[in-house]
Design a protein around this ligand. Structure first.
Ligand code: PLP
Length: 386
């Protein structure tokens, strides 16, 4: 109890706040209002406005991806990304049981089914060893596709997730998938600003996705973005994200069933301002992680640190507690004391819509579900960071 009480005191002091401390709140310090006013004055509030293109340019500059397409959410970006690599009805997609539900929902939107691979305890992402083992034992190759021996269905994609901003072993995952002819769609919704071996997460697979939801490092209110180096994929995604309308001065001709998934200019205006502050956000979040690390080392809680070859944005800071009992006590006490704290997500294979999906042994994911908690991680104003 002593350790939990000191944690509460430490968080209140660090955030200079004796009231409610949220898990992650957005931070608006720059040109958000200015760009929003500009956007409204222009009357271009939907996706035909200059800020949409600007967000895309900023993300390409930042991640070094060749192309990007801004969308209404990270989930819609995932949906488009999966379609773009050919995922459709009856296909299967390898993903993780330990993730936010959006990644698996996007697979279901394609009428495809997830196969849940276990996590890597070291970085919280997909475990490359378990992935390789599953593919070696459970698939054959036919017409350039990996076929699942159990279901006889095509495994059309692999959707690994960089969890809480920590890069997974993405190079290894992509190499394994390449050997089995499976394209990788990287769910980097949580990892804007996180690098693996110096390269931006989201840019290792065929397509990557980021989220600009209100709880993310950079927000546009709601929004997301797809990144890729493949010109054809980029053009296809842009086309289907805007109702698949063929460009013409006045004709309405749609050659596919498209979506209304493109980011509105109003949201893009906020995203542009936020992206101008990204370096500040990252510095601030990494400073907070450092403070947590030294504090928890002193009191004897295990703080989840970035791993070798990785630079994490520390989107949500995490502790790995002793067991589920300690986890529940920790959650109870912090939340009771107005310090928002939550467990990692319930494993997706336990949720009703996914309970009959195929899984590997999920012992690592279960181990993490029993122990991992997230603690307040917002960017703090400069005066609080002294
Ligand atoms: C891992 C992961 N994937 C996808 C999403 C979906 O993003 P959005 O909320 O922008 O739809 C989120 C976040 O919300 C996420 O954490």
């Amino acid at each position: 109890m002593q350790k939990i009480n000191s944690t509460i005191d430490f968080i209140k002091t660090t955030f200079n706040n004796t009231g409610f401390i949220p898990l992650h709140e957005p931070f608006f310090q720059g040109n958000e209002k200015k760009y929003l006013n500009e956007c409204i004055d222009s009357t271009f509030v939907s996706y035909l406005g200059k800020f949409v293109g600007q967000v895309e340019d900023l993300i390409c500059d930042y991640t070094k991806a060749r192309f990007s397409i801004a969308t209404v959410s990270g989930t819609s970006a995932l949906h488009l990304a999966l379609i773009s690599v050919g995922v459709k009805e009856y296909d299967e997609v390898l993903t993780q049981a330990l993730s936010f539900v959006a990644s698996t929902n996007a697979i279901k939107y394609c009428n495809a089914s997830p196969i849940f691979i276990d996590s890597d305890k070291e970085n919280l992402g997909m475990c490359p060893t378990k992935l390789k083992d599953f593919l070696e034992k459970n698939t054959t190759q036919k017409d350039g596709h990996a076929i699942n021996k159990t279901s006889q269905k095509i495994i059309k994609a692999c959707l690994p997730v960089h969890i809480l901003g920590h890069p997974s072993k993405i190079e290894e995952i992509v190499n394994i998938c390449t050997d089995f002819n499976i394209p990788v769609v990287e769910d980097s919704a949580e990892s804007l600003g996180s690098l693996y071996k110096g390269k931006h997460t989201g840019t290792f697979g065929k397509v990557g996705v980021f989220s600009f939801n209100g709880n993310k490092t950079v927000t546009s209110g709601g929004g997301g973005i797809v990144v890729t180096n493949d010109k054809k994929i980029a053009e296809y995604i842009k086309h289907i994200s805007t109702t698949a309308k063929k460009p013409h001065k006045w004709e309405y001709f749609h050659d596919l069933v498209g979506f209304n998934y493109r980011m509105p200019n109003l949201n893009a205006a906020v995203a542009c301002a936020q992206l101008e502050s990204l370096d500040y956000f990252l510095e601030n979040k990494r400073d907070l992680a450092q403070k947590y690390e030294s504090f928890f080392e002193k009191i004897g809680f295990s703080f989840f640190k970035e791993k070798e070859d990785c630079k994490s944005n520390y989107w949500l800071n995490a502790l790995i507690l002793e067991d589920r009992k300690e986890r529940d006590l920790f959650l109870e006490e912090l939340n009771k004391n107005s310090v928002m704290c939550r467990p990692v997500w319930t494993l997706l294979n336990k949720l009703p819509p996914f309970k009959n999906c195929q899984t590997t042994n999920l012992s690592n994911a279960q181990w993490l579900e029993d122990r991992l908690v997230n603690i307040p991680s917002s960017v703090r104003p400069k005066m609080n960071t002294l």
